[in-house]
Every structure is written in C-alpha cells, then in structure tokens.
Design a protein around this ligand. Structure first.
Ligand SMILES: Cc1cc2nc3c(=O)[nH]c(=O)nc-3n(C[C@H](O)[C@H](O)[C@H](O)COP(=O)(O)OP(=O)(O)OC[C@H]3O[C@@H](n4cnc5c(N)ncnc54)[C@H](O)[C@@H]3O)c2cc1C
Length: 418
C-alpha cells in the first residue's frame, strides 16, 4: 500500500518504521523544517513501566499521589471561567478518572507497554540506535507517607507485576550516593527493571535509518485537509493534492483541525509541562537512574551527560515568559534540593522547554480507526507518547494490515470516548 503519515514526531516516525517493515511505501509530511519540533522535543524520557509515570489519569497514578501534600506547581493549573473549554474538559476528565478503575485501563496500558518494549528491542536488534537509554527508577519518600498510602501503592505495583524493592534510608543512599545528606529520607521504592531514554535522539536516529531504506520525508509541507477519493484518501498540500491508499494522523495537538471538517472530534486537551535539561558538572554526585519526586510531581532522568527535570501542568494558559521563569526556578530548586553539587547552580540551563501532553479523559492513547474511511489515528498519548511509541505504532500497523492485535482495539480507539 501507499501510505501517508501526517506528523514527524515520535509517533509518526515509529509508525513509519512499522508500516515500512510490513512492506508499505511510506511518505511522512511534516509542517516544520525538521522532525520532533513539537511535543517530542524534550520529554522526560520515562519509558517503562508507564503505570508508574505520575502524569497519567488512571487510578494507579492517583495512588501515586496518596498521602502527599503537594505544592501548587505540581497540581493542574487551569485558566478560564467556569464555562471555558479548559474547565469543561477538566471536569469531564475528573468525572472519568473518578469512575476509572485499574481493572479497566491497566490491562490495555500494560499490554501496550509490553508490546512497546518488545518492538523497541526488535528495532535495536536491527538498527542499534543511540537512545541514551538507562535502567532503573527510584521513588524516594521524603517523609513517611501514611502506612495506608504506601500499602496502596505497593499493592498496585504487585498487582501490575511491576518488580520493586522497598529500601530503607541507608539502602536508598547506597543506590543514589549523590542524594543530599540534608534531606531526611524515610526510604524509597526502587524499580530495578525500569527504563528511560532520550526520545528525540532515538526518533531522529530511526528517521535517518528509515530514509536510507526509502522513506520519503517531506518537511515544511503542512497538510491542510484530507478527503476520501475513490478507494483511498487525498491529501491537500500547499502545492496541490496527493492520493494514498491510507493516511495515518500522527499530528499531535493539530489532529482536530484535520478531523473537524468531517464532523469527527477527538475529546482531548493539551496539558503543558516544562522540562529543563542541564549539563552534569560532577558525575559522582549526579543521579544514576531516573527519579520521581512524588511530592512535586517531577521526573528526573539521565540523558547521557545531561540531566532533565520536568514538571508542571497547565491547561488554557498561553506561553508566557514569567510562568516559564517560575517553572525554571521550581525545577532547578527541586533538582538542587535532591542532588546538590551535580550541576553548577550558576551554570546557565542548556535548554528550557514547554511542551504539550495531548490527553483524553481516560489517559490512554487514541490509536485506531478515525471514522473517516482510510484515515487512522495514532495520537493523544498524554505523558506516555515516548514510552508507548513502538507499541502504538505496531498496534496501528496490525489494524491497517487487517491482522489481530494483542491489545483489544476497542480499548484504544476513538469510539470508546463517544
Ligand atoms: C514535559 C513533557 C514530558 C514528557 N515526558 C514523557 C515521558 O517521560 N515519557 C513518555 O512516554 N512521554 C512523555 N511525554 C509525552 C511525549 O512527549 C508525547 O506523548 C509525544 O512526544 C507525542 O508525540 P507525537 O508524535 O504524537 O506528537 P508531536 O511530537 O507533537 O508530533 C506531531 C507532529 O505533527 C506535525 N503536524 C501536525 N499537524 C500537521 C499538518 N497538518 N501537516 C504536517 N505536519 C503536521 C507537527 O508539526 C508535529 O511535528 C512528555 C511530554 C512533555 C510535554
């Protein structure tokens, strides 16, 4: 088949790999000058297990927050009056999240993340791409959370078959010797099998490899419309139209613009978060693995010789230098509180970034038929788009090729949200 992919973020590039491997002729259309310029620019990097990523909407992620007194920066901040669309979306999200039980969402998330890791391993065996991968995740607990909260969290980890160790303070410090001695640590949960990596670096490497195998990448080519044409789909581009047998929308926050003329809607909202990436100046004092600060809802990962710390959640706020400065301050303060000495505080930040986590109310991605003949969706991955990238791409490949999927199609398609 001749297939077009709209969007060269992590999702579009992973989808290109899967569809090319299945023998299709693939073209990717990207509106920017380069791939990975939007949500895939500088994500935190957590890959597996997704269930422990605090930026999801499932009951599991709510359990991560039990017993925590959390500062304002870590909570979802919404701008707009009671009738505004951000508030309407947040109300809907809260209503869905209240009703959600892990029994409904966890199986889909877990089967998708298992598939994602299997496919990632497959890609690595074939292409050996540098993704600055690192293993292990620590959740240090600054003060003793209530016994009930810790019980609930560990119960869910066990139920989700996620291997963890409960550590006392001495064990925690042995795992991460750079942890500040001033902080009183009640203990930690250590997930030795967790993985994180640099999603942008990996997807750029994958894109280059695919181009040498015949992928056609069209940058600075915005797709302005899609329409059915005979047995296929016609793309409207600045220079005219092109026909394909099928089209994959991996267009992130722009997805609704292409769906709207067909009266199809993705009930999603872009939740904006920040990341700061900083050069490590003292390796012996730097974290060796990913760390989640549950109190501040911040994620700290290794990206080669750099650290990346991410946090914040904004809905309805435009990009604003003052808020960005506040975010920079909050992120760096927390990093220095946990790991003082690993960066030079005076050192300017290599990169400060604000990006969107496009999220639907149940927090799972939307992967499957769009309702428009020949047009498929792989989008709205919330805080999991990097970790699940290869799994979502393989899932949509199986659907397009008419093969059975390991995750039930109804668990991920757009229909479930109607
Ligand atoms: C601060 C932060 C931290 C995160 N941390 C993690 C994490 O730890 N783990 C994890 O798994 N995920 C994480 N995420 C989420 C992850 O980054 C996203 O889910 C993922 O990057 C989404 O990829 P995408 O390809 O769907 O979207 P995008 O990267 O936004 O790609 C969409 C692309 O489509 C293009 N496009 C759109 N419309 C058109 C059009 N009409 N014509 C041509 N091109 C078009 C856009 O230009 C863009 O390049 C994080 C996100 C943020 C913001």
């Amino acid at each position: 088949m001749k297939i077009a992919i709209v969007g060269a973020g992590i999702a579009g590039i992973a989808t290109a790999f899967e569809l090319m491997e299945a023998g299709n002729e693939v073209s990717v259309f990207e509106q920017h000058r380069a791939a990975g310029e939007e949500a895939s620019f500088a994500p935190s990097g957590l890959m597996w297990p997704c269930a422990i990523n605090p930026w999801g909407a499932t009951a599991f992620q709510q359990a991560l927050q039990l017993g925590m007194t959390r500062p304002a920066f870590s909570e979802l901040q919404i701008q707009g009056g009671v009738l505004s669309s951000p508030r309407r979306w947040a109300r809907r999200q809260q209503a869905v999240a209240k009703k959600l039980r892990d029994s409904e969402t966890l199986p889909a998330l877990q089967s998708l993340e298992l598939l994602a890791m299997q496919r990632m391993q497959h890609v690595q065996e074939m292409l050996d791409i540098n993704g600055q991968f690192s293993q292990g995740l620590l959740l240090p607990l600054r003060k003793e959370p209530s016994a009930a909260a810790l019980y609930e969290l560990t119960r869910r980890l066990s139920a989700a078959h996620i291997d963890y160790q409960r550590c006392n303070e001495a064990e925690t410090r042995a795992i991460e010797p750079g942890l500040a001695t001033e902080i009183q640590i009640a203990g930690a949960l250590h997930l030795p099998e967790a993985w994180s990596g640099n999603g942008r670096l990996f997807s750029q490497g994958l894109l280059q490899a695919l181009q040498t195998h015949g992928l056609k990448l069209h940058t600075q080519q915005a797709v302005s419309g899609i329409q059915s044409a005979g047995h296929g789909v016609r793309l409207q581009l600045a220079g005219g139209t092109q026909d394909f047998d099928a089209v994959m929308l991996c267009a992130g926050t722009h997805t609704n613009q292409l769906l709207r003329p067909h009266h199809v809607q993705l009930p999603s909202a872009p939740i904006y978060s920040y990341s700061a990436s900083i050069q490590i100046s003292e390796e012996s004092l730097a974290p060796r693995r990913a760390v989640i600060d549950l109190e501040n809802n911040m994620i700290l990962t290794r990206q080669g010789s750099r650290l990346r710390i991410s946090g914040g959640a904004e809905l309805g706020y435009p990009d604003n230098p003052e808020r960005s400065e506040d975010a920079r301050h909050a992120l760096i303060s927390v990093l220095l509180e946990w790991f003082p000495g690993c960066i030079q505080p005076s050192q300017s930040i290599l990169q400060m970034w604000r990006g969107a986590r496009l999220t639907v109310p149940d927090g799972l991605p939307v992967v499957g038929a769009s309702g428009i003949p020949g047009v498929w969706l792989n989008t709205a991955h919330g805080g999991f788009g990097w970790g699940l990238s290869m799994g979502c791409a393989h899932h949509v490949r199986q659907l397009v090729m008419g093969q059975s999927t390991s995750t039930a199609p109804e668990a991920l398609d757009l229909q479930r949200l109607r």
